[in-house]
Design a protein around this ligand. Structure first.
Ligand code: AMP
Ligand code: MG
Length: 521
């Protein structure tokens, strides 16, 4: 019996397909995708499902059924569907990389439920024409990270792709985690990712690079028709409004990242969703110590192109690449440049508003920008935990700010360092903050409650994910379930889970997977 899903494919029905059906690696032209079937895994087993996503896609059958396991492990293909891998290119670490594409992602089908469209995509389901030199597979370690983080981000209120299921394939996958010549076998896994669309900036870039204006226009028109239909029928004006809205959505996404302390790690243009969703959870990380220069990605350790503090600027750089790709349809560079200029102005305004909300500042004050810049300076004088700092800041009393430094004491990794010059700077900052709080009309309780809605109590700290991974590797999924549930309510007090409201333990400081991650996944 087949799973009952309301399948309504559009991408592979309305856009040009690669005519070659063989699954060999190749350069694809004049097409948006290639048909490909998932690899049949040797002994699949279900690890976890997101009940919310089961409901979102309108699935009535139990995820414990054989049918579910078969479809979402790639063992069987749903009737009347034609799985495919998408063709895209991208700028990687600032350089044009040519054709990339879904090298290990296979789109199964589109489902419409409750007026929402969802693409079901298996990540790690085997080779595609875009696999280049790699194997098309994914390991349990990186699949857990993607699975947990996409759901956690959703519950933090950050635009993101979602995850439906995590399945072990029963096959072994060879990986050299730190690229140091020590490859080892790991457990293979498949995440079913779910999103209204997985189209990236790179899908447009590859067509522009190939000077294939016809397919480029088809893809832009398709994207507008299905995902930006409120912008109107295809025209130059509509294309500009489309670019503007992508810019706004990408800006909103990155400002959320800065709010919760998320560092993507690989903001290449092939990892930028055209819907402004966080996509491709690879060597991402969560800020523990508030350090604008931090990146979790060891591959980027030298240049730190994708460090925390530069993420909003990188979005701008990526938007410029998208503008170049859309140019053939608009042909007026100045109009695209205006939108990029607006991004620069808007992102500053949005960042300021976001930081004000983290500090509980709701009234207008022209000096807030300086107060925030000063805070960012003091936060970086000594290792200070971002999540704990902002959560404790909500406890500071308007009329007793002299106690502020004590209130946030637990956020310091090296409390001994908070003396002399550093202590003076903190005290000076708290006294300015205290003065500023006097302007606020809300009382301490109201302000604290509002702050706790933008400053999460629980985030997926890097070492937490690693603990889940180590247990899961031994076949113990209890911790995975526990964290999955914890992160569904990241802003709530969960007294029984207080142990997760803690600084990163010392053992995790330099452990692989906790503070350092490579692209090997
Ligand atoms: P990423 O850095 O994960 O965004 O990947 C960049 C490109 O490499 C994308 O085209 C991926 O599909 C591809 N890729 C990454 N890992 C693999 C793999 N194990 N097998 C095939 N393609 C891969
Ligand atoms: Mg990617």
């Amino acid at each position: 019996m087949a799973l009952k899903l309301n399948i309504k494919d559009t991408f592979n029905k309305e856009l040009p397909a690669d005519p070659i059906l063989e699954n060999n690696r190749r350069q694809v032209r004049n097409a948006c995708f290639s048909y490909v079937s998932p690899k049949v895994p040797s002994k699949p087993s279900l690890v976890h499902v997101s009940q919310e996503m089961i409901e979102a896609i309108g699935l009535k059958e139990s995820p414990d059924s054989m049918e579910f396991l078969e479809v979402f492990s790639g063992t069987t293909v749903l009737p009347n569907t034609n799985p495919y891998a998408m063709c895209y290119g991208g700028h990687q670490f600032g350089h044009w990389a040519g054709q990339l594409g879904d090298g290990r992602a296979i789109n199964l089908a589109e489902v419409v439920h409750s007026n929402k469209r969802w693409v079901l995509q298996l990540k790690g389901a085997g080779e595609t024409p875009y696999s280049r030199t790699a194997d098309g597979l994914a390991v349990l370690r990186s699949s857990i990270r993607e699975y947990l983080c996409s759901e956690a981000m959703f519950h933090l209120g950050v635009p993101t792709t979602r995850a439906l299921s995590l399945i072990l394939t029963g096959d072994k996958v060879l990986r050299d985690v730190m690229y140091d010549g020590n490859p080892a076998y790991e457990k293979g896994a498949i995440v079913c990712r779910v999103s209204p669309s997985f189209i990236r900036f790179g899908n447009f870039e590859i067509l522009a690079a190939q000077e294939d204006k016809k397919t480029l226009k088809a893809l832009v028109d398709y994207t507008i028709k299905h995902h930006y239909s409120h912008l109107g029928k295809p025209s130059k004006g509509t294309y500009l409004r489309f670019f503007k809205e992508v810019a706004v959505r990408s800006m909103e996404m990155v400002v959320h990242w800065q709010r919760v302390g998320f560092v993507h790690g690989v903001m290449n243009t092939d990892n930028m969703s055209i819907l402004g969703l966080t996509i491709d959870y690879g060597p991402y990380g969560w800020l523990e110590d508030y350090d604008l220069g931090w990146t979790p990605n060891t591959t980027d350790r030298t240049n730190k192109r994708y460090r925390f503090g530069t993420q909003p600027q990188i979005v701008l750089w990526n938007l410029l690449q998208l503008a170049n790709a859309l140019f053939p349809l608009i042909e007026e560079a100045a109009l695209l440049q205006d939108i990029l200029k607006e991004y620069q102005e808007d992102v500053e305004v949005a960042y300021l508003a976001m930081m004000k909300s983290k500090l509980g500042l709701f009234e207008k004050d022209d000096n807030d920008k300086n107060l925030i810049a000063d805070l960012e300076t003091v936060l970086q004088l000594s290792e200070t935990d971002m999540t704990i700092f902002f959560r404790l800041l909500a406890k500071v009393k308007k009329n007793d700010v002299s106690d502020g430094l004590n209130t946030i004491q637990d956020a310091f990794y090296q409390p001994d360092e908070i003396k002399e010059g550093i202590e003076d700077q903190w005290k000076s900052w708290f006294s300015k903050y205290g003065e500023r709080l006097k302007k606020e009309t809300r009382n301490d309780t109201e302000r604290g409650e509002l702050m706790n809605r933008v400053n999460p109590k629980y985030v997926l700290r890097n070492y937490m994910a690693q603990m889940v991974i180590d247990a899961a590797d031994e076949g113990d999924y209890k911790h995975l379930s526990e964290l999955f549930d914890l992160l569904k309510k990241p802003y709530d007090e969960q007294p029984e889970q207080e142990k997760w409201f803690a600084k990163r333990p010392e053992w995790a400081r330099n452990k692989v997977g906790c503070s350092m991650l490579s692209c090997s996944s």
